[in-house]
Structures are given as structure tokens and as C-alpha cells.
Ligand binder design. Structure first.
Ligand code: PBG
Length: 323
């Protein structure tokens, strides 16, 4: 034999020297769910160990996350039912929960990078990401709403907006509005390839944002498609996206790699709620080693080409990496 591949696997020292992929706190974006009230901490039923917190609790949590070396958060809010309508107008209320949260968190932890979800679903009485007319999710009017929403987040101090709605042309419209209004330092992380996925189920529990009718297949992508993801990512970059995202992650590692090879901007992956729930459930049954499963799946996303990973496991992963 001229080649013995096991030489490079013989012991931990050589394995660590030749490891092609490593994880660190710098890789992670922490999604946070914010609720009205004070001292509220509600565990999400289908996401054991993950909570929806009131703003005061969230601020303390962000301080802790930052002290652990985590540098970025992605905010979602739970909108009260009485504020939901078909226009989604609460989404750009200057005194809305999202806008208040951005200001309070920036005030308390100025160094933390705040990213905000931009889509109408938490605010929509129909639970859709856009405005509904005659049973259809209309594109261009929705884009106008998303622009107002993005401007209000930028004004409140968000570092990045993260449009997750999959309407056509929204990245260009948001970038143009930012330029016109002097928000030349606000970034856009585009959910470029967001698939219509059953794995969002637990997230919709967290925000009570399930679609009231139909599904999201007329705007989110068909999971049968790969070329289309590259097209979407290239288009978002051309329209002004600073970071592009692929979502979900685990069943879409091929898409992460394909997009990574095609674009010259950082690629983010979203390790979504259903992926979290699967590991939690199997671990609870004693069928999987939770800690090993967390590190193996996160490493697979990075290996696939993700420069950043939004994950509910960020805190666990940082602790595991320390040991
Ligand atoms: C809303 C949005 C969703 C997620 C992020 N932003 C749900 C959806 O599109 O229905 C899912 C995140 C997760 O499942 O962890 N536009």
C-alpha cells in the first residue's frame, strides 16, 4: 500500500491538525422570540428548552449571550391578536414591540449586532407573509409594506434587516429606500432560498403564525428545486443583499453548497425550529446523544458552505465547544 488514510485519523492531535471545518461562537446568529409583558418566560411547547420572553427578560438574556461571545441576534416578536389585520400595519408602528425591542437592546448592549425578521406573517390576520386579496398573496403591495417595515427597523437601530417573505423584488426596493432615507449603514440579509417546508411547524407555534388558509407554496420555494435557489441568490445579490440565506438547513445542505459556489457574499444557513425539535425529541427518548448531534449537524452546515448559522442551539454549542 502506498496510501494509508488512517494515518491522519490516528489520534486527536493529528485529527485536530487536519480538520477542515471548525465551529466557534463567531459562526452563530441567535434567534430570539419576544413577547409583551414583564418577567414573562414561556417555554415553546414544540421547542423544549427554548422560550418566548418579554423584553426585560430578553435584554438580560442578550447581555449574557454577548458575554458568552455570541455577537448577533435575530429578532422575532409575537404580535397581539387585536393588532393583526390584513395590511400588517402594526409591523411598522414606531412604538411597536419590535421597534421598542430594537431600541432597548441597542441601549443595553450596543455592541450586539441586531438582525430583524421582515415579513408580515406575525402581523397578518391570515398568517401569511404578505397582503391577501381574493385568496391570493399579492406581491407588489406587500413589497411596499415590507419597505415601510424595514425602514422602521432601520430607524429604531437594527444593524441588518432579514426579509423572510420571498416576495419578488423586495431586496432592491428595500435597498433603494435605505439609500433614499440615509440608512447607508444598514445591511440586508436576504432569505434568498427559503423553501416551503413542514419543518417550520414549531416556529409557527412559537409565534402563533400558522397560515389561516392554504399554504405558502406560491411564494416559498418548491423543495424539488435546486437551480432556482441559485437564481434567487444571484438576483438578491444583484439587488443589494449583503448576506444571502438558505433555509431550512439540514435537508438542504446541497443547496447551501450550490449557493456558496455561486455567490461572492457570505452565505447564512438557518438551522430551523423543526430541526431543533427533531434532535430534542430523539434525545428525550434516549435515541440520540443530544450534544453530539448538535455539533455534528452544525458542523455539517458549515462544511456545506455556510459562513453563518442561525440556530436555536447557539448557546449550547458555545458551551460544548468550550469543553
Ligand atoms: C416568517 C418566518 C418563518 C421562519 C422564519 N421567519 C416561518 C414561515 O415562513 O412560516 C421559520 C423559522 C423556523 O422554523 O425556525 N416569515
Amino acid at each position: 500500500m502506498r496510501t494509508r488514510s488512517r494515518i491522519l485519523r490516528a489520534n486527536p492531535s493529528i485529527r485536530s491538525l487536519v480538520a477542515e471545518t471548525t465551529l466557534s461562537a463567531n459562526d452563530f446568529i441567535v434567534p430570539l422570540f419576544i413577547d409583551e409583558g414583564r418577567q414573562v418566560r414561556t417555554e415553546i411547547k414544540s421547542m423544549p428548552g427554548y422560550y418566548r420572553n418579554s423584553l426585560d427578560v430578553t435584554v438580560s438574556e442578550v447581555k449574557e449571550l454577548y458575554s458568552m461571545g455570541l455577537k448577533s441576534i435575530l429578532l422575532f416578536i409575537k404580535c397581539k391578536d387585536e393588532l393583526k389585520d390584513n395590511t400588517g400595519k402594526e409591523a411598522w408602528n414606531k412604538e411597536g414591540l419590535m421597534q421598542k425591542s430594537i431600541r432597548a437592546i441597542k441601549d443595553a448592549v450596543p455592541e450586539i449586532l441586531i438582525m430583524t425578521d421582515v415579513a408580515l406573517d406575525p402581523y397578518s390576520s391570515y398568517g401569511h407573509d404578505g397582503i391577501v386579496k381574493d385568496g391570493e398573496i399579492v406581491n407588489d403591495e406587500t413589497v411596499e409594506a415590507l419597505v415601510k417595515m424595514s425602514l422602521s427597523h432601520a430607524e429604531a437601530g437594527a444593524d441588518f434587516v432579514a426579509p423572510s417573505d420571498m416576495m419578488d423584488g423586495r431586496i432592491g426596493a428595500i435597498r433603494t429606500a435605505f439609500e433614499k432615507n440615509g440608512f447607508t449603514k444598514t445591511g440586508i440579509m436576504a432569505y434568498s432560498a427559503k423553501y416551503a417546508s413542514c419543518f417550520y411547524g414549531p416556529f409557527r407555534d412559537a409565534l402563533d403564525s400558522s397560515p389561516g388558509f392554504g399554504d405558502k407554496k406560491t411564494y416559498q420555494m418548491d423543495y424539488a428545486n435546486r437551480t432556482e435557489a441559485v437564481k434567487e441568490a444571484l438576483q438578491d445579490v444583484a439587488e443589494g443583499a449583503d448576506i444571502v440565506m438558505v433555509k431550512p438547513a439540514l435537508a438542504y445542505l446541497d443547496i447551501i453548497r450550490e449557493v456558496k459556489n455561486a455567490v461572492r457574499v457570505p452565505v447564512s444557513a438557518y438551522n430551523i425550529s423543526g430541526e431543533y425539535a427533531m434532535i430534542k425529541a430523539a434525545a428525550k427518548m434516549g435515541w440520540l446523544d443530544e450534544h453530539k448531534a448538535i455539533l455534528e449537524t452544525l458542523t455539517s452546515m458549515k462544511r456545506a458552505g455556510a459562513d453563518l448559522i442561525a440556530t436555536y442551539f447557539a448557546r449550547d454549542a458555545v458551551k460544548l465547544l468550550e469543553n
